[in-house]
Design a protein around this ligand. Sequence first.
Ligand code: XIL
Length: 394
Amino acid sequence: MRKRILAAVCVMTLAMSLVACGKKPAGNADTTTPAATEAPTAEGPTEEPTLPGIEDAEGFKDLYADYFKIGTCINPAMLKNLNYRQFIIKNYNSVTCENNMKPESIIDRVATVTTSDLSDGGTHMVLSFKNLATELDFARDNGIQMRGHTFIWHEQTPEWIFHVNFNPDKEFASREVMLKRVDNYFKDTFEWVEANYPNLFYAWDIANECMGDNNSMRDSLWYQTIGEDYLEQIFAIARKYAPSYIKLFYNDYNESVSAKRGAIIRMLKPIADAGNLDGMGMQCHLSGANTVMDVLNSVRKYSEDLGVEVHITELDVKQSSTATDPEAVQANYYKALFNGLKNLKADGVNITNVTFWGFVDNLSWLKEDKPLLLNRDMSPKAAYYAVLEAGMAE
Ligand code: XIL
């Protein structure tokens, strides 16, 4: 215990000096293969490391255990790397597949057009879960729970699923046919999950990015084929089939911009009132344009106005391209955000998860903007210590 506290103090001291001067610790130069962190050098016999590296710090999931789960997205390429796997196991108690559970990865075109009954316009999309084993086995075998991501979206979704007989040359399928397709899609997925990975998933982004940036519902093919009540319909279907331990979430971006936030809340209210919404997912792809206060106010507002849980689902913070010390600015942002989230939780706001969209900059979908906590070689950035320090603060 004493060792753990001392190590924590060492890390905090180092963290404060790093955040203050905005420098990353001396480490390996950028290389393509992440290297293990160097062992601390100790002069003379001491049981404490003099230079705590990542391996000496407590994991985020433990530091924030009294507040919320801490998560990351994962993908099969990440899991091939032992250092990444160890970092995930140590730091996170929630993971989300970055891409492999999206419609284009799950819905099997060949099987659908060759084996399903088309006499009724085609109401059954055949699903294939074969690409999921690496990620789901990893989570299950390491006792990490998962967020499902995502069913209904306008991106990474094949266009042919909206047409009669699944034939892109035919007209769009009717509302009735599309609702049956959704019914079968959700039923088959939840049955498969329950049969193969019971209790692994605890939350699911049923719908993603359905609000337009013009603050009215996005004119997606889901909207066009099913109609303006499509979100209410699909959440009711999800409720019918989801195991009771899986919470139903709506997820969106630019969700802290006040006009869009208001529009999202108005759109979701009837679904929450019907008892079919358990949570709001705030993607939180952030930059200096979003104040920490806007984000914190939004967490509170979604939770209180809708009466649901809030998850931060895809957190990253772009480094500034103009600041003299962009790493320090980013670190201060992360620190203020995590301190604020802890305060909100202590104040009774129902935030239960904070998931980062990755951990190593070079694997981020926004890698040009270096939005995450570790450099390519896994050496920690100031932002890593900032999140650690906020987690250790009383
Ligand atoms: C991104 C992935 O990170 C990329 O690998 C992929 O090429 C595109 O999608 N909002 C979401 C996520 O809900 O699913 C997106 O993930 C990022 C934006």
